[in-house]
Design a protein around this ligand. Structure first.
Ligand SMILES: [Zn+2]
Length: 232
């Protein structure tokens, strides 16, 4: 027997008037029919995924939607660190080959980002060994590179395809030559330097290596860098 239009309208109205109850019934139905729903999903998985993907592509093309979604997701992750890592662990255990494929694809598409992240992790590891709390992220590195205009802070040599990479350096050393307390990489201590200037400075105090004008200039810029970053 076909449900009459009148009955359908009644059901629709009832649903609208009892959203909580409707939610509860739906949940009960799902709980009581787990196997059936799972089989239905498996049988139509491709179709579901396709529809989901089409919908996703549509939304992802919308910047404001994407930014808002990323922001919410970051916020949630920050508040739910443990849950967040449990979810990724479970997913990794369940679909190791998907995780590997995703990660390979990401690395292939983002070689520079990948190097940034590796450098950030390496710095953090070195600082940690010295009992310094360093939280210099790949995002911060990108900010610093831009702040110094992709040029060496000392000699202003620009990064080109041919010269060696400019590196993210500690203005005040992580392990000072005179044995004094080290300085972690932070917005008030991160400069961009070419290999020459960096090896000239090594782990000495800046004032021992550079003239007073250079030192003052760099320290002013570092203050400005810190301020611009915190005003972001
Ligand atoms: Zn230089």
């Amino acid at each position: 027997m076909k449900t009459s239009a009148k009955t359908l309208a009644y059901i629709k109205q009832w649903n609208q008037e009892h959203p909580e109850k409707r939610k509860e019934y739906k949940k009960r139905y799902r709980d009581n029919n787990k196997e059936k729903l799972k089989a239905y999903y498996e049988a139509n998985r491709e179709r579901f995924l396709e529809a989901k993907n089409a919908h996703y592509q549509e939304q992802v093309a919308d910047d404001s939607w994407r930014n808002e979604k990323n922001r919410k997701s970051r916020e949630w992750s920050k508040k739910n660190l443990e849950k967040r890592s449990k979810i990724s662990r479970n997913y990794k255990d369940k679909y190791p080959e998907r995780v590997r494929a995703n990660s390979d694809r990401w690395i292939k598409n983002n070689p520079e980002r990948r190097r940034e992240i590796a450098r950030a992790a390496d710095r953090k590891h070195r600082a940690h060994k010295l009992n310094l709390n360093e939280n210099f992220t790949a995002e911060m590195e990108r900010f610093v590179r831009k702040f110094w205009g992709n040029r060496c802070a000392i000699c202003h040599r620009k990064q080109t395809l041919f010269n060696k990479k400019l590196s993210m350096d500690h203005w005040l050393s992580l392990v000072p030559a005179d044995g004094s307390q080290g300085h972690a990489l932070d917005m008030d201590n991160a400069v961009l330097m070419c290999p020459n200037c960096n090896s000239k400075k090594s782990n000495k105090a800046p004032i021992e290596v550079f003239d007073i004008h250079t030192v003052t200039m760099i320290e002013d810029r570092l203050e400005q860098q810190q301020e611009e970053w915190s005003n972001l």
